[in-house]
Design a protein. Structure first.
Length: 297
């Protein structure tokens, strides 16, 4: 998955540990930074669940890195429920859940579940997956640290989350960017509330901005086409550079920042919308997301 914003600081990843004996779930792992992160974490010894929508690419990545392929369309809650069941049947322990799937939808459209596609794929489906896996994650945290990581974006600065209009039915579409920015702010608010709800369990929750990654992200939008023309096709960092912060958060022994922190690359407490620090908004978003997904916690 690509992103919108300043290029991430790739930092020094030399203190990230090996992952031998640890289970990592990476969604959106068939391309972009998800594929790069899954590849590196597997190289460090992790047993990686490679989650993707495209069957051929997802299976190719899994076979190449020695992981296991899981197929799911994040536009469909039924797929997320089947995915959660498959993951729970396959893994008795989960050490890292990396919610990386998502993207920007150019034209306004609803999913089969009746939600705007961008908010469902970027927030509601990851929320549902996390909720369904949370009991197993809590069990795993009883014997070792567990991390839940959201791929957010600096675009959250322009986001506005309105729990009463989560699907942006009453807002201008503008090529999908308002929905994307709102979804990325929702990722951060979800992380804040998740950290509060899991305090003392051994679970740590983080969100991060991977930088502006050169990938297929939003490639069919006018803004991104113009940006690539201006950049002579060389705009943005590589997927490997964008994945570096995710790999770091997944594998470092001590993150050094409190659960709930949003990182801009490797830098904690990155720039956010003023709404990102609204704990009441985070709690309301959680409640609305429970009702939207039909999965109360």
């Amino acid at each position: 998955m690509g992103d919108t914003g300043d290029m991430a600081n790739t930092g020094d990843v030399g203190n990230t540990g090996d992952m031998v004996g640890r289970t990592v779930i990476v969604t959106g792992a068939s391309s972009g930074i998800g594929r790069a992160a899954a590849t590196e974490l597997a190289a460090r010894g992790a047993d990686v669940a490679v989650v993707g929508r495209n069957p051929d690419r997802t299976r190719e990545v899994a076979e190449r890195i020695g992981g296991t392929a899981f197929l799911a369309d994040f536009d469909r809650f039924d797929d997320i429920r089947r995915l959660a069941d498959a993951l729970l049947n396959r893994y008795g322990r989960i050490d890292v859940l990396a919610n990386n799937a998502g993207g920007l939808v150019k034209k306004r459209a609803l999913t089969a579940d009746g939600h705007e596609r961008t908010i469902q794929s970027n927030h509601l489906s990851p929320f549902l997956l996390t909720s369904l896996l949370l009991p197993r994650l809590e069990e795993s945290a009883a014997t070792g640290p567990v991390r839940i990581i959201q791929t957010a974006s600096a675009a959250n600065v322009f986001g506005r989350v309105r729990p009463g209009d989560l699907d942006l039915r009453n807002r201008a579409w503008l090529g999908g960017w308002p929905a994307y920015c709102a979804a990325k702010l929702a990722n951060i608010l979800f992380t804040v509330e998740l950290s509060r709800r899991t305090e003392g369990t051994g679970i740590e929750a983080y969100a991060f901005h991977p930088g502006f990654v050169a990938s297929s992200f939003a490639a069919d939008t006018g803004l991104m086409r113009l940006a690539h023309v201006v950049g002579n096709g060389n705009l943005g960092s590589s997927p490997e550079e964008g994945a570096a912060a995710l790999i770091h958060l997944a594998s470092v022994d001590e993150v050094g920042s409190a659960s709930g922190t949003y990182f801009d690359g490797f830098k904690p407490n990155g720039r956010t919308s003023s709404g990102a620090g609204d704990t009441a908004l985070a709690a309301r978003l959680w409640s609305v997301s429970e009702r939207a997904t039909g999965n109360p916690q």
